[in-house]
Design a protein around this ligand. Structure first.
Ligand code: GAR
Length: 222
C-alpha cells in the first residue's frame, strides 16, 4: 500500500476515541499511523493509555502559556517536529484560533457527540434529551473556524430510548463514536474523502446501512 499518513491525536481527557484510533491504526492495512498524542492537560488519562500503546506523548499545558498564540505556537512546534500530516481532535476541549485552523485546512478533523448541525457546543446529550429527539448520534467533520462547523465526513445515529439517562445515551453515542472515527480517518488518510465546496465527497460504494445507522459505511472499516 502507499505510504501511511502521519497522524497526531489531540486530547484533553480520558482518550477513548484516541484509543479507538490507535487500535484501528495498529492494523497493517490502515492508511494512517498514529505517531503523536498531544494533550493540553498534563493529567489527561489518555496520555497514560497512549504511552502504554507505545505512542509518543506530549503535554502542552495551556496554563503554562501566556496566551492562546503562545500555546498554539508550542503545539505547532511539536506537530511540525513529528512531521504530522493529519491532526485528529478527540475530546480536545479547547477552541482553536482561526489561524491554527487555517494552517491545517482540510487536514484537521474533529469528533462531536451530536448529529451536526444539531447541538453544537457542550452538554449535547442533556440537550438532546431535553429536546425530545428520537435520534441522536455523532459526527466526524473537517474543522473550520466556527465551533463544531465544517464539512461532514461520517455520521452515526443511535435511538433515544424512553427512560434514557444522560449517561445511558452518552454511552450509546460513544460506542458509535468509536466506530465512525476510525472509518472517517481511513477515508481522509486514503484520499477517498475529499472536500468539494462545503461538502465531503466520498469515492467508494457504501454498503447498506445497519444499526447503528452509519453514513457512509464501507465493507473494509466497520
Ligand atoms: C467524546 O464524546 C467526544 O465526542 C467529545 O468528548 C468526548 C471525549 O471522550 N468531544 C466534544 O464534546 C468536542 N466538542 P474521549 O476522551 O473518551 O474520547
Amino acid at each position: 500500500m502507499t505510504e501511511r499518513k502521519r497522524v497526531a491525536i489531540l486530547i484533553s481527557g480520558r482518550g477513548s476515541n484516541m484509543s479507538a484510533l490507535i487500535a484501528a491504526a495498529a492494523e497493517p492495512d490502515y492508511p494512517a499511523e498514529v505517531v503523536l498524542v498531544l494533550s493540553d492537560r498534563p493529567d489527561a488519562g489518555g496520555l497514560v493509555l497512549a504511552a502504554e500503546a507505545g505512542i509518543a506523548t506530549i503535554a502542552i499545558d495551556r496554563k503554562a502559556h501566556a496566551g492562546k498564540a503562545a500555546f498554539e505556537a508550542a503545539m505547532s512546534v511539536a506537530l511540525d517536529g513529528a512531521g504530522i500530516e493529519i491532526v485528529c481532535l478527540a475530546g480536545f476541549m479547547r477552541l482553536l484560533s482561526a489561524d491554527f485552523v487555517a494552517r491545517w485546512h482540510d487536514r484537521l478533523i474533529n469528533i462531536h457527540p451530536s448529529i451536526l448541525p444539531a447541538f453544537r457546543g457542550i452538554d449535547t446529550h442533556e440537550r438532546a434529551l431535553a429536546a425530545g429527539v428520537r435520534l441522536h448520534g455523532c459526527t466526524v467533520h473537517f474543522v473550520r473556524a466556527e465551533v463544531d462547523d465544517g464539512p461532514i465526513i461520517v455520521q452515526a445515529a443511535v435511538p433515544v430510548r424512553g427512560g434514557d439517562t444522560v449517561d445511558a445515551l452518552a454511552g450509546r453515542v460513544l460506542t458509535a463514536e468509536h466506530r465512525i472515527y476510525p472509518l472517517a480517518l481511513a477515508l481522509v488518510a486514503s484520499g477517498r474523502a475529499r472536500v468539494e465546496g462545503s461538502h465531503v465527497v466520498v469515492d467508494a460504494e457504501p454498503l447498506q446501512a445497519a444499526e447503528p445507522l452509519i453514513v457512509p459505511r464501507f465493507p473494509d472499516r466497520q
